[in-house]
Design a protein around this ligand. Structure first.
Ligand code: F0G
Length: 433
């Protein structure tokens, strides 16, 4: 059977750690840890066939779009209890208007909003909470911009654990807060930014014996990396030219890169796509760091964007993400909130909706095609990370009856009278959308 160990990613350290004493940082230098494998030999064709066959099975482990690819994450004992909500299995959909608007390119959407709690976090959470369950963990905790906390609360509840959430005060969407509460988490609103909440959590966690499930937990990324296995399967193992993800704490980008590397090493894919990270212009520490080719992170002290999911100034996983850009010849872009809104609106015309952070990908693609960094007609997959209903306040703000773009076109308040209705509707239909 394939084996694994934990290893510090710092080049000067690279200390191996016994996974039985797993932690979220290297005991020697405090660096990030990653899961490394000594994989058994697999015949790639047989492996692809095995994954496909499992789609016909009714077993919990096979119905999960994460555990179906379990050869890629041999981190649990055979027969261990799997904490799953049938995560993954998300659609890959083509776009017409958005492909033209952003390109012309061949743009498909991998929609992670179709996960049980409405975001890509569920892929990582099933891996992490399953692992925590096997180790007898009783209380899990995270700091969050909202999606990690919703997901953690759901999976922890299912596993019978308590969950503790730190969120910045009034900085996350009401829907996400509601989800965490609904799943029974203890929610602490603390600090003005995610970064502050995260720093405080990391300070109190050791003395309180809290098991952290933020993306510094290496097992989270193991679950999240399976997105690329599923994407490749849906594309008959023909990799796209580019995979584009939004960047916040940079766990997703790190996971996507790790997944691609391992699929390539196992011979399941022949080519590795370029990985592109898109950040919001007001919360773009990684963009700045990459642009300056800086050996240290250039943080953003007061991150600010309407895409609250990615309002992060000190991304914990930036070093892993930088390795992914190096490995895939990738790059990082940033986009304004106006560009994000425009992209979100165009996606909606294709019937594809998402939360604002996710639409940053498509805004970034358009900018990169215009700048000639992504060639026209390229084959591009944008990962949409969160569901439309994750942030309805954003939609209502942008579609308010007082907004000139919306007033009279989309939202009418009409007297309960047939003539008044007729007049209002005739007028509205006379204006092109
Ligand atoms: N998109 C959405 C919808 C997110 O919720 C996040 C992160 C990202 C993109 C960025 O992913 O951090 O892996 O680079 N949300 C975290 C949270 C920080 O707490 O829910 P990343």
């Amino acid at each position: 059977m394939s084996t694994f160990y934990l290893q510090c990613i710092e080049e000067t350290c690279q200390r191996r750690q016994d996974p039985r004493h797993e932690a979220s940082a290297c005991a020697q230098c405090g660096g990030l840890l990653e899961v490394k494998y000594a994989f058994d030999y697999f015949d790639p064709e047989e492996l692809r066939h095995r994954w496909h066959q499992r789609r016909l099975s009714g077993q919990i482990i096979d119905r999960s779009g994460v555990w179906r690819f379990r050869e890629l994450l041999p981190i649990i004992e055979p027969g261990a209890r799997i904490i799953s909500l049938s995560e993954g299995n998300t659609p890959l959909v083509g776009t017409r208007r958005t492909s033209w608007w952003a390109g012309p390119i061949h743009l498909t959407i991998k929609h992670q909003g179709n996960n049980p709690t409405g975001s890509f976090k569920d892929l990582g959470m099933t891996a992490c909470i399953t692992r925590a369950t096997a180790r007898g963990v009783r209380v899990v905790a995270c700091a969050s911009t909202g999606n990690t906390s919703s997901s953690m609360a759901a999976y922890a509840g299912r596993a019978g654990m308590r969950s503790l959430v730190f969120v910045p005060y009034r900085q996350i969407s009401a829907a996400k807060l509601a989800q965490a509460l609904d799943f029974g988490a203890l929610v602490v609103e603390v600090g003005d930014t995610f970064d502050e909440a995260f720093r405080l959590l990391r300070e109190v966690a050791p003395e309180m014996g809290l098991y952290l499930v933020n993306s510094i937990n290496p097992f989270r990324l193991e679950g999240q990396k399976t997105i690329v296995a599923e994407m490749m399967e849906q594309r008959a193992y023909r990799p796209p030219d580019y995979i584009v993800v939004p960047g916040g704490n940079l766990g997703n980008c790190s996971a996507v890169g790790k997944g691609l590397r391992e699929l390539k090493e196992l011979g399941v894919i022949e080519k590795v796509p370029v990985v592109v990270v898109v950040q919001a212009a007001g919360a773009n520490p990684f963009y700045r760091t990459v642009a300056a080719n800086s050996p240290e992170l250039i943080p953003v002290e007061q991150p600010n964007t309407e895409a609250t999911a990615i309002r992060i100034g000190r991304p914990a996983n930036w070093k892993k993400a930088r390795r992914v850009l190096e490995y895939t010849n990738g790059f990082c872009e940033c986009v304004t909130d106006e560009e994000i809104f425009e992209a979100k609106s165009v996606l909606a015309q294709d019937g594809v909706a998402c939360e604002p952070a996710s639409a940053a990908t498509v805004a970034g693609i358009r900018k990169l095609v215009r700048a000639g960094r992504i060639p026209r007609h390229a084959d591009v997959v944008a990962v949409l990370t969160g569901h439309q209903l994750k942030d309805t306040e954003y939609i209502m703000r942008h579609r308010s009856p007082t907004d000139p773009a919306t007033a009279g076109r989309q939202r009418l308040r009409v007297e309960p009278d047939v003539d008044a209705l007729r007049r209002a509707l005739e007028k509205a239909f006379a204006t092109p959308p």
